[in-house]
Write a protein that binds this ligand. Sequence first.
Ligand code: NAP
Length: 293
Amino acid sequence: MPEKLDGKQVAAAIKSEIASKVKDYRESGKRAPHLAIIIVGDDGASHTYVGGKINACKAVGFDYTLMQFAGTISEAKLIKHIESLNEDEDIDGFIVQLPLPEHISVEKVTECIAPEKDVDGFTNQNFGSIVTQHPLLLPATPFGIMELLKRYDIVTQGQNCVVVGASRIAGAPLSLMLLQQGMATVTVCHKYTKDLAAHTRNADILVVAVGKPGLITEEMVKEGAIVIDVGTTRVEDKTRKSGFRLRGDVDYDHVAPKTSFITPVPGGVGPMTIASLLMNTLRAYETSEQGEG
Ligand code: NAP
């Protein structure tokens, strides 16, 4: 039987560790870490994700500020708000929830975030810090995956790790982290990869971050592999009150029996991404408090 990599449970343990630190800080007369969240427009999924992040802040005792803007806000105005958060000494870290409306450049906006407050780990400096091995704030989703592997004592050193998907927020930084910190042999696959299955079948650890439900089928996975499914696609489900459910990139029911460890969707990588956001915010706070000496 495969063991479930229970991101929900691990994230709960991380939250309780953070909550206890925050309690100690408060009791010693210090302020609490403070996260700001910017959301633009009225995308339903984005509002749900932001709600989850706010609940996580509440659970660990962080202060939080939610800044909501209409989808018509100009890029220049949004950047002004970002610059004021960069300057605001009460804010330790902040995120700009994606996606943004089409008239706003994600790259431009991201690069305006001060790297020391970039708790999503999206800026070029934080991305590059994976390679220099002096990480400031690591990209949240890959950081969460590395932490999940660590907490299950899964050794990556020398393992064949195959990462399917090479996006800037998930696959690309994760492959670098597996290579640098994880000391693994890493193969990165993307939409132009020839014969995807030939690569995935070679994986001791297979990570899939594509956004195509059911992409990875039983025949594509080696017996005993460890499988991490990052994909979260909303698919219609009329039996649910919400009208949808989340599906991963892996055909879980058929793949799971072949694996030694596998993440469920939901309840695997998603909660770990939120836990990473909290770990990064705590780190930004502690760095800034030390700086104030
Ligand atoms: P993305 O920016 O669209 O990137 C998808 C990647 O998959 C790209 O590198 C693309 O290749 C590659 N790809 C597309 N079709 C492929 C195929 N048939 N075979 C192999 N590779 C293929 O998406 P993303 O932002 O990384 O997100 C991916 C999924 O993870 C989504 O479902 C998203 O919701 C989920 N996600 C979940 C979390 C979480 O916390 N749970 C966090 C982040 C993302 P090219 O580079 O060649 O285009």
